[in-house]
Design a protein around this ligand. Structure first.
Ligand code: DP6
Length: 399
């Protein structure tokens, strides 16, 4: 390698979907939450961010490209992550530990990041994005150990994307945020029968971003205060138990109740915030009717700061439920592939089931379904051909 060619690392990181939601901060700058939360890490075969970080003494300044477009590196949260990583790198050196060959502490970095899913789909891309950024920067500067406290300062939910499987973000109680971190509850291999369906409702952009939405909720919603203080602590315990025991009915019921309470706090916010739309409400109705028809909880929904539903379901019921979704949300005929990701067997619906659900089909309400499962945490790509930056440290074409 010529002496001046940049040192480069490429990593990938997953999306996570909370089943006990984070909503509200007690410290805006450090991103410290008012309650703990718990999420499921989705598989990177279907949803991931890929990030390359290059460092070189010849770079004049730090730069970043996101999904093909250069963005402002001075974004405060980006700066927090860069500052924290460099601080840890300096500390390692002053503790006498060696750094990475060819990477100087004063070297600037070029960062290039892409998602393998459309940003417009309204999926939580900031969590995977900041997790990937922090994980990759840490590799470049040779930092090991607890990194979720740094990812948290990029975007709160990003700390949970630092691990695979089932992950809790412990809110912590210190003022400096050192104890507000993510921990794996169970690895991705723990519950292989669990499947996830992302029902992508529409490409419309979310009306209120989560950062400003939760600020208004903290200021105005009494329900949010009650939720954080009196509901979530016990719910976290119950949820962890349900995950450990692979008790789907309890897991599913808690997931739906928590999503509903989160959206209730949005309505209790003043002025109110609406993330659910007519499609989301049809999904909610459909899931409850479906479960009622079968006399047990087979399917759970959850919604974040947008109208897309994320469905948790056991593998044995996926085929029938996907057919139910197809029936009640007839897809656009020329709209591309309706079912993406892990294959799903075809199924035939009984008239009895259709009638029991009893809803009016809503055509084109759902654009497509991403079928996926629980997945692993961030990882390094060893193959140099996967770098998103070329030898000069600039994005390769199409990145
Ligand atoms: C509804 O992590 O996007 O998805 O910390 O301000 O970046 P910031 O917010 P963000 O909030 C996510 C909120 C949520 C629930 C969750 O993922 O727990």
């Amino acid at each position: 390698m010529p002496e001046d060619s940049p040192h480069m690392v490429t990593c990938t990181a997953p999306v996570n979907i909370a089943v006990v939601k984070y909503w509200g901060k007690r410290n805006e700058e450090l991103i410290l939450p008012i309650n703990s939360s718990l999420s499921v890490t989705l598989h990177q075969d279907q949803l991931k961010t890929t990030t390359t970080v290059a460092s070189s003494r010849s770079f004049q300044e730090d730069r970043i490209w996101l999904n093909g477009k250069e963005e402002d590196i001075n974004h405060p949260r980006l700066q927090s992550c860069l500052r924290e990583i460099r601080r840890l790198a300096r500390k390692r050196r002053s503790d006498g530990k060696s750094g990475v060959d060819g990477v100087g502490l004063s070297h600037k970095v070029h960062i290039c990041s892409v998602n393998n899913f459309p940003t417009a789909a309204g999926l939580a891309s900031s969590a995977a994005g900041f997790a990937c950024l922090v994980y990759t920067l840490a590799r470049v500067f040779g930092i090991e150990g607890e990194l979720s406290v740094i990812a948290r300062q990029g975007s709160g939910s990003a700390c949970r994307s630092m691990y695979g499987g089932f992950v809790q973000w412990i809110m912590g109680c210190s003022d400096d945020g050192k104890d507000s971190l993510a921990q794996q509850v169970e690895p991705e291999s723990h519950w292989p029968e669990l499947r996830v369906l992302v029902l992508v409702a529409s490409a419309e952009r979310k009306p209120v971003g989560s950062t400003s939405g939760m600020q208004t909720s903290v200021k105005t919603s009494h329900l949010l205060k009650h939720r954080a203080e009196s509901v979530v602590p016990q719910r976290m315990e119950e949820m962890i138990k349900a995950v450990r025991r692979k008790d789907f009915a309890t897991f599913a019921e808690l997931t739906m109740k928590d999503s509903n309470q989160f959206h209730a706090t949005c309505l209790d916010t003043y002025p109110p915030i609406f993330y659910l739309n007519a499609v989301s409400r049809q999904v909610i109705g459909l899931v409850h009717q479906y479960n009622r028809h079968h006399g047990e909880i087979r399917v759970a929904y959850t919604f974040d700061a947008g109208p897309n539903a994320v469905i948790y379901i056991l593998q044995e019921h996926v085929a029938e439920f996907v057919q139910v979704v197809r029936h009640f949300f007839p897809p656009e005929t020329n709209g591309g592939q309706f079912l993406r990701g892990l294959p799903v067997d075809p199924a035939v619906l009984s008239e009895e089931l259709k009638q029991a659900i009893g809803l009016e089909p809503m055509s084109k309400g759902i654009g497509y379904i991403i079928s996926t499962k629980v997945g692993p945490g961030p990882c390094v790509l060893e193959d140099r051909s996967q770098h998103l930056l070329g030898p000069e440290g600039l994005p390769k074409k199409n990145e």
